[in-house]
Design a protein around this ligand. Structure first.
Ligand SMILES: O=C[C@H](O)COP(=O)(O)O
Length: 248
């Protein structure tokens, strides 16, 4: 089954209004690449202005609270993201799992809230170096992703991002065999948990030091349906070559 590739940028805690020109340029490039989907997940402060700067281009958030409203200082609800112009959101990034202690169940609840508000969702998973070196990566990440999925998932609204923690922002990229093996395993686990149709329609993105120079080698591996890009999504000059590699 042919799945459209998705190249999603994650600006993490980078970007102010003066950087929106990068999104305008990325958006213009995306209009010439009709066979792939593209999105940039910006800090919450930029969602509205990024949406206005790049009409028709998908802007996303980087986290969402599971509750619709309440006394949760500093948090943002799914409806707030939609109100600001977001169409997608990342949940369960390893930086949030590690720094904020987010559990699989909390990630699943966040994903459920986002889907209920009509957002697309990118659910992240990935193993630490210790887990990889102990030979437990497949089992650990397989269990993690299944436990991080919400109950109801409308067709085509959810993607998975496999991001080995040891490859994030380090310049180290998982090898082609490691990526292929993990993505195939995750698709198998999704199939066992949610059925073949769901597994076949769900995009599985790779994340971890993806750049223009290595994107072509990663993006056309079996079961790789796109990328979640951190550092190289911050400028159009670095991000557009990754988009081009996906479209080839
Ligand atoms: O969300 C993106 C990932 O954490 C990858 O980040 P990176 O491309 O800077 O390694």
């Amino acid at each position: 089954m042919a799945r459209r590739k998705l190249i999603a940028g994650n600006w993490k805690m980078h970007g102010i209004a003066g950087d929106l020109g990068e999104i305008t340029r990325i958006s213009m490039a995306s209009e010439t690449l009709s066979d792939i989907d593209t999105a940039i997940c910006v800090p919450a402060t930029l969602i509205e202005r990024a949406s206005e700067a790049a009409p028709g281009f998908v802007i996303g958030g980087q986290d969402v609270h599971a509750e619709p409203r309440g006394a949760f200082t500093g948090s943002i609800s799914a409806a707030m993201l939609v109100d600001a112009g977001a169409e997608t959101v990342i949940v369960g990034h390893s930086e949030r799992r590690e720094a904020f202690g987010e559990t699989d169940a909390q990630v699943a609840a966040k994903a459920a809230a986002a889907l209920a508000a009509g957002l697309d969702v990118i659910v992240c998973c990935g193993e630490s170096l210790d887990v990889r070196e102990a030979g437990n990566a497949l089992e650990t990440v397989g269990k993690q992703i299944v436990a991080s999925l919400p109950g109801e998932i409308p067709e085509g609204k959810l993607s998975v991002a496999y991001e080995p923690i040891w490859a994030i922002g380090t310049g180290k990229v998982a090898g082609p065999d490691e990526i292929r093996e993990m993505h195939a395993h995750l698709r198998g686990e999704l199939g066992k948990a949610r059925g073949e149709t769901f597994a076949n329609e769900t995009k599985i993105l790779y994340g971890g030091s993806v750049k223009g120079e290595n994107a072509g080698d990663i993006l056309h591996l079996d079961h790789v349906d796109g990328a979640l890009v951190g550092g190289a999504s911050l400028t159009a000059d670095q991000f557009i070559p990754i988009m081009n590699a996906a479209a080839r």
